[in-house]
Design a protein around this ligand. Structure first.
Ligand SMILES: O=P(O)(O)OC[C@H]1O[C@H](OP(=O)(O)OP(=O)(O)O)[C@H](O)[C@@H]1O
Ligand SMILES: NC(=O)CC[C@H](N)C(=O)O
Length: 479
């Protein structure tokens, strides 16, 4: 499981925000399973409850009962900076002279150390080495001298990297998306209020209506009485850097991002995969869960072309096993794949199989599954992948940390085929991705498949003219 984080913020007219926040965190659970938390404000004071584990483990009835107030924010976390455990569970809270602040972050800053050092020199004390704490302290400092909108703008002019944030300042809930819109964030309307969330599936869960995506560089301020919201375009950039992997893997298929249903995007990618490298076998089967929409698009396109292929489920997933990706050792990761997926022999035995998945990262899943399918009697196993080879790390919030871990960083496709033991292996082209997303490559972050990034990252090449802010003294919001 590759994870990141999920954020949410809610303002309601006349009921507590805790339960709707709890439900929406459940809807975003796939984005982070390491920790969860909620912060609310009742008009007088802030209440918070954060802990490690899945949403269902972190909150009980009593916890939700004490989270009073119609305004609040929530978070599900997979750590990228600042360590594991309760220390760094979010929303991250700070109280300061002019009020209280809670902050939920999805993304990853690439200039954390510079900003932290400067704040430390100014007297701020930090409890972790994470990026979220740095954003919270910077904002709290700006709020001592500036109004809310200018304070957010000042912080945005100093931090560099990816961030979709929900923020609770006293009783006001805000949403902010980084100027290049790397991570998703959207606004929705409820019967009695408004919600800001990483994915629209969270809005659906609350019976709300998606209004639109928060624009890159935009600040959304919800009215604390749930009656509406104001928006401020704080930073404008010519190009965006949406993470293509959100559409390919992370987001739920039932979420809408950039006005497109993720399920349909994945089916289109499956169709493109058939057009680019289709192979006629007895059966086409997905690697569940994320391979499913690709496989259905692929099989439908194959059928339209008159290919005689059957679409079938050949691997059953044990829904109680997750997170193969963060098992500490390779041995444990391999065991977990076997625990997670079990073959249905009758659809496999004596047949040629095309196995469809969204991605190969370390290669653990494909290697294990091909062996499993051969043990179950598959005569041939062809692998088709709905993304290009992942050749470089993600610095913007995904747990694909080093080149050494990535099977494609120093191997050709033929070497990978040999390594995973497939009869044939093809990946989707970058062109098919940009086409399916309806974007130029200058509007996407393709860093993990090109090795060139739309952010200024130390030691890496850039794919555009972008520089990190020079940190020296707190910037002014006037510029
Ligand atoms: O090459 P690897 O390092 O093994 O990683 C790639 C695998 O990880 C993901 O699956 P995940 O375990 O998240 O299951 P899901 O598709 O059900 O989310 C992805 O869909 C691949 O199957
Ligand atoms: N996965 C994420 O989006 C992580 C958010 C933040 N960088 C943290 O480590 O907590």
């Amino acid at each position: 499981m590759h994870e990141k984080c999920g954020v949410v913020g809610i303002s309601l007219s006349d009921r507590g925000a805790a339960r709707p926040l709890y439900y929406s965190l459940y809807a975003l659970q796939h984005r982070g399973q390491e920790a969860a938390g909620i912060v609310t404000h009742d008009g007088f004071q802030q209440h918070d409850h954060v802990g490690t584990g899945m949403v269902g483990d972190v909150f009980d009835q009593e916890d939700l009962d004490q989270l009073n107030g119609p305004n609040g924010i929530g978070h599900v976390r997979y750590p990228t900076q600042g360590g594991l455990g309760a220390c760094c569970a979010q929303p991250f809270s700070v109280s300061f002279k002019s009020g209280s602040l809670g902050l939920s972050h999805n993304g990853n800053l690439v200039n954390t150390d510079e900003v932290r050092q400067e704040l430390a020199d100014l007297g701020h004390a930090f409890t972790s080495n994470g990026d979220t704490e740095v954003i919270a302290h910077d904002l709290a400092r700006n709020l001592l001298e500036e109004d809310l909108v200018r304070a957010v703008k000042s912080t945005m002019s100093r931090i560099h990297g990816s961030y979709s944030l929900t923020i609770m300042h006293d009783e006001t809930v805000l949403g902010v998306r980084d100027p290049q819109g790397n991570r998703p964030l959207c606004i929705g309307e409820l019967e009695d209020g408004y919600v800001i969330a990483s994915e629209s599936a969270a809005i659906d869960t609350l019976d709300g209506e998606l209004i639109r995506d928060v624009k890159p560089g935009e600040l959304v301020v919800l009215k604390p009485d749930g009656s509406g919201y104001d928006t401020y375009q704080l930073v404008e950039r010519e190009n965006t850097a949406h993470c293509f992997f959100e559409h390919v893997y992370f987001a739920r298929p039932d979420s809408v991002i950039n006005d497109e249903l993720v399920y349909e995007v994945r089916r289109n990618l499956g169709e493109a995969l058939w057009n680019e490298s289709g192979v006629e076998t007895d059966v086409v089967m997905p690697v569940p869960d994320s391979g499913r929409s690709f496989a259905s698009g692929y099989a439908e396109a194959a059928a339209e072309d008159g290919a005689d292929v059957e679409f079938a489920e050949g691997l059953m997933k044990n829904r109680y096993v997750g997170r193969t990706f963060i098992m500490p050792t390779q041995d444990e990761r391999e065991r977990a794949v076997r625990l997670k997926l079990n073959p249905i022999k009758s659809t496999i035995e004596g047949r040629s199989v095309t196995l469809i998945d969204d991605s190969i990262v370390r290669g653990t899943t494909s290697t294990q599954l091909i062996e499993l399918l051969r043990d179950a009697g598959a005569e041939e196993v062809h692998v088709r992948i709905g993304a290009p080879p992942i050749v470089a790390p993600c610095y913007l919030g995904i747990d694909m940390a080093t080149r050494e871990e990535l099977i494609a960083s120093d191997r050709s496709v033929e070497d990978i085929r040999d390594h995973v033991g497939a009869d044939s292996l093809s990946y989707l082209s970058i062109g098919a991705i940009t086409e399916a997303l309806g974007k130029d490559d200058t509007d996407l972050c393709l860093g993990c498949v090109t090795g060139k990034y739309p952010y200024d990252i130390e030691g890496e090449e850039r794919d555009r003219d972008v520089t990190r802010p020079t940190i020296g003294s707190p910037a002014s919001a006037d510029d």
